[in-house]
Design a protein around this ligand. Structure first.
Ligand code: ADP
Ligand code: ADP
Ligand code: MG
Length: 659
C-alpha cells in the first residue's frame, strides 16, 4: 500500500480524499494555486505544494507542475479527483512513464471511454443499448440536417468531448439544427479545444440513471447499483439519490449487467460510472461512461457501506477486490443535494464572494436519519470566480426514501450561509414537493415545476405558526435582555403585511403556549437562540425546526425552508397603524439593464444615442466560465452606458440606461 498520496485537485473533493487517506494511515500532499493557499484542503493535508496562479490552466491543469510536486515530496501515487486532469489519458500515461501510480483506470480505458463517439461505438459492440443516432462525425450544417431528418426530430446535438452539461443542445427542426450545430461546435472548441460533434435521438421526458462500477487489475468488475440524477438544471445534476425510485430488481440487474459488460470490454480497473437515459417505461440507453470518481458518489457509499475512494486507492496499488457481486446489497435510501454558490431567484446564475457565515448541520446519526456533509470551505473563505461554484455535497441517509427526504429537509434547515447567493431555499422547496416525494422524476423536473423560475414558496399554515412563534420568542428574549420585559399577552404578528392575532401564556413546564385568533394552538419548547445568532432553533409541538433569522429595523426576516417573510410583532394598536401605511413601491428599474451577477464585462454592444430593438444583445457578462448575454427587453434609445469591456461588476450594477 502507498504511504503518501498527492491530490491533484482542490475544494471539497480534495478534502473528501484526504479523509479516506487519513483513515487508511496514508500521508497526503495537497497541491494548490495562489487562490487556494489558505484553503481547508491545504490546512488538512500533511504537506502542501504551490503549483501556480489561480487560473486552472496555469496550475491544476499543468501536468508538469504536478509531476514536479510528486518528485519533491516523494509521493507514490496521484488522486486526480474529478474535473481537471481526472479524465486525461495523457496525464495518466505520463505518470505511468515516471513510475507514479495514477489512482484511476488504465489510460487505454480512459481513451476508449473519454470521448462520447468512441465510447458509444464500444458500448454498441459490447451489447449495451445505446441512444439511436449517428455514430460518425458530422462536418457541415447541411449534413447535420440530413442526418437529423433520418433520425427524426427532436435530436440532440452533442460535443464528443463534452462534459459537465456543456456542449449539448436540442433541435426540434431544420432551422434549430442549422443554428444549434454551429453553436455547439463553437462552444465545444472553446470549452474543450475539440469541435467534433455528433447527433442522437433526444429522448423526451427521460430520467438520468447511472450505474457505479468498480474494477481491479485482476479482471474483476462489480457494480454498486444505481443512482438517479434526474433533477438537473442546464443538463447538470443538482439532486441525486440511490437507489432509483423507478427501477425494479429486473431492470436494475439488466442495467448492472450491461455496465459490467462495458467495463470488462475495456479492462476497467477503478471506480467509474456508466450513465444511461431511461424512459418512464424503464427502457434505458447508454449515454457515456465517466472514468473517474463522480460528484454524487457518496449516495452509493451510504447505501452500500463501501468507501469508493478507498477502493480506488487499493485497486491502483494492485490489490484485488475484497468482495464479489453477491456480497453487495442495497441498504436504505440516500439523497445528495449539491449546495452551489448560485442565485436560484435569478435563473441559478453563479454568485461569488466571501462566505461571511457558514453554519453546517451536525454530521452522523440524527433522530431517524444520518447526515454526511462533504464541504470544502470554512466560514470566512472566499468562493472565487476561478473554479466550480459547488460549496458542499449534503447527504442524508435513512431506512426509507420518505425518511431520507425528511432528513434532507432538516439538514438543509441546519445549513446557514451568508455572503454569497446559494441554492439552499431551492433545494428545500424540492424536498417539499409532493411530486418529488412521489418519485415521479424526469430531467424536465425543474422547468416543469418552476416554469417561471424559482421565487420561494409561500409559508404553509404550519410554517406560519413557526414564523410567528420564532418572532414572538425572539421578541421576548430581546426585550428581556434589554431589561424591558413586557407582560403583554396579546400581540399581532404581521407576516409580510398579513396580520395574525396571537395570545401568549406559559404552562407549568415554562413552555410558551401560543393561541392563534385564526384558530389553533402551538407549544414552543427547547428554544435555542440569543440576540445576534443567525439561526433560531426550537421545537413546535415537539417537532424540532431551525429557522434562518435576521434582525431588521422593525422586526425580523425569517426563512424556514423555502418560505421567507418579514415578520413583525406589534401591539394591536400599532398593528392598526401599520395597516394604514402605504406599501413602499420598489424602484422602477424597467429602463435599466443591470448585471444579474458579479463578474467581468466581456463586451458592451451599444453606445449612447443608439436605437436598440427588443431582443438585441446589449452586453455580455462572464463569471465562473459562464457567459451571460444580456438583451434589450423592449425597443428604446440608449441614454447612458455605465461600463466598458474588462470592468468588474457587482450584482445589480447598472450597465446600460435607456432614455
Ligand atoms: P458528475 O461527476 O456527477 O458527472 P459533473 O458532470 O457536474 O458531475 O462534473 C463533475 C465536475 O467535473 C464538475 O466540476 C465539472 O465542471 C467537471 N467536468 C466534467 N467533465 C468535464 C470535462 N470534460 N472537462 C472539464 N471539466 C469537466
Ligand atoms: P455530460 O458529459 O455533460 O454529462 P451527458 O451525455 O451525460 O453529458 O448528458 C448530460 C445530460 O443531458 C443527461 O443527464 C440528460 O439529462 C441529458 N441528455 C443527454 N443525452 C440525452 C438524450 N439523448 N436525450 C435526452 N436527454 C439527454
Ligand atoms: Mg454525463
Amino acid at each position: 500500500m502507498f504511504s503518501k498520496i498527492l491530490i491533484a485537485n482542490r475544494g471539497e473533493i480534495a478534502v473528501r480524499i484526504i479523509k479516506t487517506c487519513r483513515r487508511m494511515g496514508i500521508a497526503t500532499v495537497q497541491v494548490y494555486s495562489e487562490a487556494d493557499a489558505d484553503s481547508l484542503a491545504v490546512e488538512m493535508a500533511d504537506e502542501a505544494v504551490l503549483i501556480g496562479p489561480a487560473p486552472a490552466a496555469q496550475s491544476y491543469l499543468l501536468a508538469d507542475r504536478i509531476v514536479d510536486a510528486v518528485r519533491q515530496t516523494g509521493a507514490q501515487a496521484v488522486h486526480p479527483g474529478f474535473g481537471f486532469l481526472s479524465e486525461n489519458a495523457a496525464f495518466a500515461r505520463r505518470l505511468q512513464a515516471e513510475g507514479i501510480a495514477f489512482i484511476g483506470p488504465n489510460p487505454e480505458a480512459i481513451d476508449a471511454m473519454g470521448d462520447k463517439i468512441t465510447s458509444k461505438t464500444f458500448a454498441a459492440a459490447a451489447g449495451v443499448s445505446t441512444v439511436p443516432g449517428h455514430m460518425g462525425l458530422i462536418d457541415t450544417p447541411e449534413h447535420a440536417v440530413q442526418i437529423a431528418r433520418e433520425i427524426g426530430y427532436p435530436v440532440m446535438i452533442k460535443a464528443s468531448a463534452g462534459g459537465g452539461g456543456k456542449g449539448i443542445r436540442v433541435a426540434h427542426s431544420d432551422a434549430d439544427m442549422a443554428e444549434g450545430f454551429a453553436a455547439v461546435k463553437a462552444e465545444a472548441l472553446n470549452a474543450f479545444g475539440d469541435d467534433r460533434v455528433f447527433l442522437e435521438k433526444f429522448i423526451e421526458n427521460p430520467r438520468h440513471i447511472e450505474i457505479q462500477v468498480l474494477g481491479d487489475k485482476h479482471g474483476h468488475v462489480v457494480h454498486l447499483f444505481e443512482r438517479e440524477c434526474s433533477i438537473q438544471r442546464r443538463n447538470q445534476k443538482v439532486i441525486e439519490e440511490a437507489p432509483s425510485p423507478l427501477l425494479d430488481a429486473a431492470t436494475r440487474a439488466a442495467m448492472g449487467a450491461q455496465a459490467i459488460a462495458l467495463a470488462q470490454a475495456v479492462n476497467y480497473d477503478s471506480a467509474g460510472t456508466v450513465e444511461f437515459v431511461a424512459g418512464q417505461d424503464k427502457s434505458f440507453y447508454f449515454l457515456e461512461m465517466n472514468t473517474r470518481l463522480q460528484v454524487e458518489h457518496p449516495v452509493t457509499e451510504l447505501i452500500t457501506g463501501v468507501d469508493l475512494v478507498e477502493q480506488m486507492i487499493r485497486s491502483a496499488a494492485g490489490e484485488p477486490l475484497a468482495f464479489a457481486q453477491d456480497d453487495l446489497a442495497i441498504d436504505g435510501w440516500a439523497i445528495e443535494s449539491r449546495i452551489y454558490a448560485e442565485d436560484p431567484y435569478r435563473g441559478f446564475l453563479p454568485s461569488i464572494g466571501r462566505l461571511v457565515r457558514y453554519g453546517q448541520p451536525e454530521e452522523g446519526e440524527q433522530d431517524g436519519y444520518v447526515v454526511r456533509n462533504d464541504s470544502g470551505v470554512r466560514e470566512g473563505d472566499e468562493i472565487s470566480m476561478f473554479y466550480d461554484p459547488m460549496i458542499a455535497k449534503l447527504c442524508a441517509w435513512a431506512p426509507t426514501r420518505d425518511a431520507a427526504i425528511d432528513g434532507m429537509a432538516r439538514a438543509l434547515e441546519d445549513t446557514h450561509l451568508e455572503g454569497v447567493g446559494h441554492n439552499v431555499p431551492f433545494l428545500a422547496a424540492v424536498m417539499h414537493q409532493p411530486r418529488f416525494r412521489s418519485g415521479q422524476l424526469s430531467t424536465r423536473y425543474i422547468p416543469d415545476e418552476f416554469p417561471d423560475g424559482f421565487h420561494g414558496l409561500p409559508p404553509s399554515p404550519h410554517q406560519q405558526h413557526i414564523l410567528i412563534a420564532a418572532a414572538i420568542a425572539m421578541n421576548e428574549i430581546q426585550a428581556e435582555q434589554d431589561g424591558d420585559p413586557s407582560d403583554r399577552t396579546d400581540w399581532i404578528a404581521l407576516i409580510d403585511r398579513t396580520p395574525h392575532g396571537v395570545s401568549l401564556s406559559y404552562d407549568a413546564d415554562e413552555a410558551l403556549l401560543l393561541s392563534f385568533t385564526g384558530g389553533g394552538e402551538a407549544r414552543l419548547t427547547e428554544i435555542d437562540w440569543r440576540p445576534g445568532l443567525p439561526q433560531f432553533r426550537a421545537e413546535l409541538d415537539g417537532e424540532p425546526f431551525t429557522a434562518q433569522v435576521r434582525r431588521v429595523a422593525d422586526g425580523f426576516i425569517i426563512r424556514h425552508r423555502a418560505a421567507q417573510a418579514r415578520v413583525r410583532v406589534l401591539r394591536p394598536q400599532v398593528a392598526e397603524l401599520y395597516a394604514r401605511l402605504p406599501e413602499r413601491q420598489p424602484a422602477d428599474t424597467s429602463r435599466l439593464i443591470q448585471s444579474p451577477m458579479p463578474g467581468l464585462v466581456v463586451s458592451v454592444a451599444v453606445t449612447p444615442g443608439q436605437e436598440v430593438k427588443a431582443g438585441e444583445t446589449v452586453a455580455v457578462i462572464e463569471a465562473m466560465k459562464m457567459q451571460n448575454i444580456l438583451k434589450a427587453e423592449r425597443d428604446g434609445v440608449v441614454k447612458a452606458v455605465g461600463v466598458k469591456a474588462g470592468d468588474p461588476v457587482a450584482a445589480d450594477d447598472v450597465l446600460v440606461e435607456f432614455g
